[in-house]
Design a protein around this ligand. Structure first.
Ligand code: NAD
Length: 432
C-alpha cells in the first residue's frame, strides 16, 4: 500500500519504517528540513535501539522515502497518517491541536481520489469530528474517511511494540475503510496482535484512558512508597506482593521519581480538560496530576535532608537524566526541574547520560556533562541514580568515588539495600 506519515518524530518515523519493512511504500514527511536532509543521509534524529539499521535497509530498498513536500506526498499516497505533536497548551489547559488542524488544512488540497486520513497522534475525543469538518469544507465526504488509530508504542521499545502490539485499535464506522486497514495490519494480526474496530470517538478515548490509567498506577505505588519510608517497609516487597495478583499485574508498579516523558504528563492533563469540557469531573486523574507534580519537590526535600540542608558546594552526580532508559527524550523528565533547583541552592552537578549531553542544561552554571560514569561520580558527595539504564546496574561505587564519604540515592531501586549495607555504602532507595 502507499502510505504517507506526516510528522517524522518518534511515532511517525518508527511506524513509517516498520510499515515499509512490512512491504509498503512509505513517504515520511516533516516540515523540519534539516531532519529530512539528515534522514536521507542516514542520520537518525532520535535514539531508538534498532531503528538506524531498519531505516537504512528500507531506504536502500526504495520502500522508504523522506520529504518536506506534504502536498505532493499526500497526492502520491492512499493512506495518510497524521503523527504530529499534540503538546499541552501554553496556558496548561488541554492539548494544543494547532499542528493537527494545520495538517488537516494542508492535506485537503491534495485529495483528488479516495484517501484514508488517520490520526496516530494522541488527540482528545471529538478531534476526528473536527478534522472531518475541516476537510469536508473543501472536499466531498465521498473522497475521504477520517479514522482514529492511536499508537501505543513505548520509546526505547518502539520497534518491538510496533511489530508485536498487544492490540491495534481502529476507530471508524466505515466498513470499506476498516477492511483496508485490517489488511494493512494483517502481518501484525497474524503474529498475534488483537485487532479491534470501534467508533472513532471510542478509539480516541481508549488511548487517553490507557495512559491515564498507567500514570495512576505509577502514582499509586509512588504514594505507597512514601508511606513505606515512614514505617520501615520496603516498597519493592509491596510491588511484588501486589503485582502477583493477576487482576493488578506487576508492570508500572515500580516506585521511582515523578513520571515524565512526552506522553503521560500531557495526556493526563488533556483528558482532565476533556472531562471538564463535557462537565465530568475526572477527580482521580486530577489528583494523580497533582501528586505527580508534587513528587519532584518531595524528592528534593529528601535530598536536602540527606545532606543535612547543606547543598552549597556539594558535588552531586546524576546518573541518567532522561525520563526513562533507552531513549534520548528529555520531555518532562523530572531531572529538568530537580537539577536547576539543586544548582540554585549552590550544588555542583555532574551528570552522565548514555545518550549524551543535553541542551536543557547547557545554560546552567555549575552543571557539567561527563563522558563516562567514572568521571561523573568521582569525588561526589551524593550520587543519584535517576534513570534505570542497564549500565548503571553494576557500578563499583567505592572504587570510583575514591576515599570520600558519599551517599547513594537510588531513585530506581536498582541495588539491594542489604548488599549495599554489607559494602558499607550509605545507601538510600525509594520507599525503603
Ligand atoms: P515528535 O515531536 O517527536 O514529532 C512530531 C513531528 O511532527 C516533528 O518532527 C515535527 O517537525 C513534525 N510536524 C509538525 N507539524 C508538521 C507539519 N505541518 N508537517 C510536517 N511535519 C510536521 O512527536 P512524537 O513523540 O512522535 O509524538 C507524536 C504524537 O504521537 C503525539 O500526539 C504523541 O502524544 C503521540 N504518541 C507519542 C508516543 C511517544 O512515545 N513519543 C507514543 C504514542 C503516541
Amino acid at each position: 500500500m502507499k502510505l504517507c506519515m506526516i510528522g517524522t518524530g518518534y511515532v511517525g518515523l518508527v511506524s513509517g519504517v516498520c510499515f515499509s519493512d512490512l512491504g509498503n511504500d512509505v513517504i515520511c514527511v516533516d516540515r523540519d528540513n534539516k531532519k529530512v536532509k539528515n534522514l536521507e543521509k542516514g542520520i537518525i534524529p532520535i535514539y531508538e535501539p534498532g531503528l538506524d539499521e531498519l531505516v537504512l535497509k528500507n531506504y536502500k530498498n526504495n520502500r522508504l522515502k523522506f520529504s518536506t513536500n506534504l502536498k505532493e506526498s499526500v497526492s502520491k499516497s492512499d493512506i495518510i497518517f497524521i503523527c504530529v505533536g499534540t503538546p499541552t497548551k501554553k496556558n496548561g489547559n488541554g492539548a494544543d491541536l494547532s499542528q493537527i488542524y494545520n495538517v488537516a488544512k494542508e492535506v485537503r488540497s491534495s485529495i483528488k481520489k479516495f484517501k484514508i486520513i488517520i490520526t496516530k497522534s494522541t488527540v482528545p475525543v471529538t478531534t476526528g469530528d473536527e478534522i472531518e469538518k475541516i476537510i469536508s469544507q473543501k472536499v466531498s465526504k465521498k473522497l475521504f474517511s477520517v479514522v482514529s488509530n492511536p499508537e501505543f508504542l513505548r520509546e526505547g521499545e518502539a520497534m518491538r511494540d510496533f511489530t508485536y502490539p498487544d492490540r491495534i485499535v481502529i476507530g471508524t464506522n466505515n466498513k470499506k475503510t476498516n477492511n483496508i486497514l485490517k489488511n494493512l495490519y494483517s502481518p501484525l494480526i497474524s503474529k498475534g496482535a488483537k485487532y479491534i474496530n470501534t467508533s472513532r470517538r471510542a478509539a480516541e478515548l481508549i488511548k487517553y484512558s490507557s495512559n491515564a490509567f498507567l500514570a495512576t498506577k505509577i502514582t499509586f505505588i509512588n504514594e505507597i512508597a512514601n508511606l513505606c519510608e515512614k514505617i520501615d517497609v520496603n516498597v519493592e516487597d509491596i510491588s511484588i506482593g501486589m503485582g502477583l495478583d493477576t487482576r493488578i499485574g506487576s508492570r508500572f508498579l515500580r516506585a521511582g521519581p515523578a513520571y515524565g516523558g512526552s506522553c503521560f504528563p500531557k495526556d493526563t492533563k488533556a483528558i482532565a480538560t476533556t472531562g471538564d469540557k463535557f462537565k465530568t469531573n475526572l477527580s482521580v486523574i486530577k489528583s494523580v496530576i497533582k501528586s505527580n507534580e508534587n513528587r519532584s519537590s518531595l524528592l528534593l526535600k529528601r535530598i536536602f535532608e540527606m545532606l543535612n540542608g547543606k547543598i552549597k558546594n556539594k558535588k552531586i552526580c546524576f546518573l541518567g537524566v532522561t525520563f526513562k532508559a533507552n531513549t534520548d527524550d528529555m520531555r518532562d523528565s523530572s531531572s529538568i526541574s530537580m537539577i536547576p533547583s539543586l544548582v540554585k541552592k549552590g550544588g555542583k552537578i555532574n551528570y552522565y547520560d548514555p545518550t549524551g549531553e543535553k541542551n536543557e542544561f547547557n545554560k546552567l552554571k555549575n552543571v557539567v556533562f561527563s563522558q563516562d560514569i567514572k568521571t561523573a561520580i568521582k569525588d561526589s558527595d551524593l550520587i543519584i541514580i535517576h534513570t534505570e539504564w542497564n549500565e548503571f546496574k553494576n557500578i563499583n561505587f567505592k572504587e570510583h568515588v575514591k576515599n570520600k564519604k558519599f551517599i547513594l540515592f537510588d531513585m530506581r531501586n536498582i541495588y539491594s539495600p542489604i548488599k549495599m549495607k554489607d559494602k558499607k555504602i550509605n545507601y538510600i532507595g525509594i520507599g525503603c
